[in-house]
Design a protein around this ligand. Structure first.
Ligand code: BES
Ligand code: MN
Ligand code: ZN
Length: 496
């Protein structure tokens, strides 16, 4: 679907959605009028939708009045939701083209760029569906549940800033949808090899992609990543992506994503209920790939390195066991006390490798790391840790502005002490007496960071399983992290 911005509302779209604040009058384009009764019934409450049939001679067959709610309370999130609502009406009606008339007041309340971006994101994200495995039972391969997407959506509002916002929003939505598709793809398709292949397709222009194989990992001494991988019949991969700017780079930023393509828990096996959801355990890695999808169309004066350690965590005769000691590529030894705490083991090798190979100024990792973060914060916000409060808060701020809510969590020296082992340097879990399972995961990773300002995002609650939001459905991957990372990098590039 094409999403465009145009200055003047044309009265030729067969379906025209008109956004309107509560208590205000819908601003219809000239030549379009709707029955007085429709205007009487429409209050403009947030998410109110009223479909009506315009009077007189016009090419507009249907007008949909969509409520934005109270003007003084509007945020980008409302904009994202109402544009997705307009899309869903257009989809239901089978409209091939539709337009959205944006009140100029919205551009004032949010800033034109923010408004354009949010509206485009709402349509772009709302258009996503994962139905490629649905076949003949639905009347044809990949036919999904029948409703077809419009070919074109036009956002009507004036100004270059708004237009730029729309472009930015389209790019964000495409990148996030790319990540969502990888997340939703079942574990038997989205193997480490398939993730590496998807990454390689992102190469070109200023982006290069390289994949370390198991034999390369062995040369580098990545015993922690290889320890997790040894129980799987799939080959592990360490995917490396590198964006080099045209201009001199202001900063070097490493982004690391957990790419565990299926987490059974290994020998410390998980219960059967909901184990299928562990296909999403690579959503951190997918977010990193999504970021590079967006970087292709950006021109940032930063050097960006993406690292995605990818493997499965399986039980079996070759699998690593509780009590085993592994050695990471920086020489740190790790006592494995629970094979289900595998995310930190694959990440620690990637983090240590990033430190010694690239010496980044800033490092951000994203991982579906702990069930405990879902207990602490639920599904609506990501828990964010770090070794530098200002950088951690900058990531949270970027996330909150991008519409991916983030919340800071503590990480102190006492927590780093909790993962010291009697047998090796570290152990991969803290004692059950200590509690604070998400902090322990972060504390373990902190031991592998040397010089970088480092931020860890535990996206276990937010990568999937959130509430219905019009542009994000309750089931399936959310693309969490992509928009946050894009915003964080833009902020870094603009920093003085
Ligand atoms: N991938 C899981 C974390 C997870 C659990 C994400 C539930 C989303 C929903 C991770 O590898 C894991 O199993 N973590 C363990 C850590 C524990 C053994 C210290 C957990 O959270 O139970
Ligand atoms: Mn696990
Ligand atoms: Zn896991």
């Amino acid at each position: 679907m094409k999403i465009l911005a145009e200055a003047h509302a044309s009265a030729s779209d067969p379906l025209l959605a008109v956004l309107c604040f509560e208590g205000e009058k819908p601003q219809l384009p000239s030549g379009v009028s709707v029955p007085a009764r429709a205007l009487e019934d429409f209050r403009g409450r947030f998410r109110q939708v009223l479909l009506c049939y315009p009077e007189g001679r016009t090419k507009v067959e249907r007008v949909v009045l969509v409520g934005l709610g109270k003007r003084e309370k509007v945020t980008a999130e409302e904009a994202r939701r109402v544009s997705a609502l307009a899309l869903s009406v257009a989809k239901d009606r089978g409209a091939r083209r539709f337009g959205i008339v944006v009140p100029p007041r919205l551009l004032e309340e949010l800033e034109a760029e923010v408004a354009g971006r949010a509206l485009a994101e709402g349509i772009g994200l709302g258009a996503y569906k994962f139905d490629k495995h649905k076949g003949s039972l639905n009347g044809g391969a990949g036919n999904g549940n029948g409703s077809t997407l419009p070919e074109r959506a036009t956002l009507y509002a004036r100004g270059a800033e708004f237009e730029r916002g729309v472009e930015h929003g389209v790019r964000n939505a495409d990148a996030a949808n790319f990540a969502r598709e990888l997340g939703d793809t079942p574990g038997n398709y989205a193997t480490p090899t398939a993730l590496a292949a998807a990454a390689k397709k992102l190469a070109g222009g200023r982006i290069s992609v390289r994949v370390l194989e198991e034999k390369d990992m062995a040369k580098h001494g990545m015993g922690a990543l290889l320890g997790v991988a040894q129980g799987s019949a799939e080959d592990a991969k360490l995917i490396l992506l590198h964006y080099k700017p045209k201009r001199r780079a202001k900063e070097k930023i490493a982004v690391v994503g957990k790419g565990l393509t299926f987490d059974t828990g290994g020998i410390s096996i998980k219960p059967a209920a909901s184990m299928d959801e562990m296909k999403y355990d690579m959503c951190g890695g997918a977010a990193v790939l999504g970021l590079f999808h967006a970087l292709r169309e950006m021109d940032l004066p930063l050097e960006v390195i993406g690292l995605v350690p990818s493997t499965e965590n399986m039980p079996g005769g070759k699998a690593y066991k509780p009590g085993d000691v592994l050695k990471a590529c920086n020489g740190t030894t790790i006592e494995v006390l629970n094979t289900d705490a595998e995310g930190r083991l694959i990440l620690c090798d990637a983090i240590a490798y990033a430190e010694k190979t690239y010496e980044p100024d800033v490092m951000v990792d994203l991982a579906t790391l702990t069930g405990a973060v879902v207990v602490a914060l639920g599904h609506e916000m990501t828990g964010v840790f770090g070794n530098d409060d200002a950088t951690r808060d900058a990531v949270c701020d970027a996330g909150n502005r991008a519409g991916e809510r983030c919340w800071p969590l503590p990480l102190w020296d006492v927590h780093k002490d909790q993962v010291k082992s009697e047998v090796a340097d570290l152990k991969n879990i803290n004692s059950p007496k200590d509690g604070g399972g998400s902090i322990a995961g972060a504390a373990f990773l902190a031991h592998f960071v040397r010089k970088a300002k480092w931020v860890h995002m535990d996206i276990a609650g937010t990568a999937w399983g959130g509430r219905e939001r019009d542009y994000l459905h309750a089931s399936g991957a959310s693309g969490m992290g992509v928009r946050t990372l894009v915003q964080f990098l833009i902020d870094r590039a603009e920093r003085q």
